[in-house]
Design a protein around this ligand. Structure first.
Ligand SMILES: [Zn+2]
Length: 121
C-alpha cells in the first residue's frame, strides 16, 4: 500500500517535470520557427512548427491530468476534455488573484455555463 502511494507521487513528479521540460522545448521551437520564418527558411520553419504543435498536443493532457471542476450552481464535480479546457477563455482568468483557478465550462448536470473552480489534487 505504501509502495503504491509513493510510486503514484513519483509518477506525478515525472509528469510535472515532463510538462516543464516539454513546455520549454515547445517554446524554444516556436521561437526558432519564428527566426526561420524571418530568414525565409520555410522548410526549417515548417519542421519546427510541426514538432512544437506535436509537443503541445502531448503537454496539454499532462497539464490538466486528473483535474476536477466544480459547478458553482449545483456543486456537481466533473472532468473535462483537457484540449477543451486549454482553449477555453476562462483559463487565464484570475477571479481571486490566482490564474487558471477558474475555467468557464458547461456543467454536464445542469447545463449552466459558468466559471467552475478547479480542484487541485
Ligand atoms: Zn451544475
Amino acid at each position: 500500500m505504501k509502495n503504491k502511494k509513493s510510486s503514484k507521487s513519483f509518477l506525478n513528479t515525472v509528469c510535472a517535470y515532463a510538462t516543464i521540460i516539454l513546455g520549454t522545448l515547445c517554446g524554444i521551437l516556436f521561437a526558432f520557427s519564428l527566426v526561420c520564418a524571418v530568414n525565409h527558411r520555410w522548410a526549417e520553419f515548417g519542421i519546427c512548427l510541426a514538432i512544437a504543435i506535436i509537443l503541445l498536443i502531448i503537454i496539454i493532457p499532462l497539464m490538466f491530468r486528473g483535474d476536477i471542476y466544480k459547478c458553482p450552481k449545483c456543486g456537481h464535480e466533473f472532468k473535462t476534455n483537457p484540449y477543451k479546457t486549454f482553449f477555453t477563455k476562462g483559463m487565464l482568468s484570475d477571479l481571486d488573484g490566482t490564474p487558471t483557478k477558474y475555467v468557464k465550462l458547461k456543467c454536464p448536470k445542469c447545463n449552466t455555463k459558468d466559471y467552475c473552480k478547479r480542484r487541485w489534487k
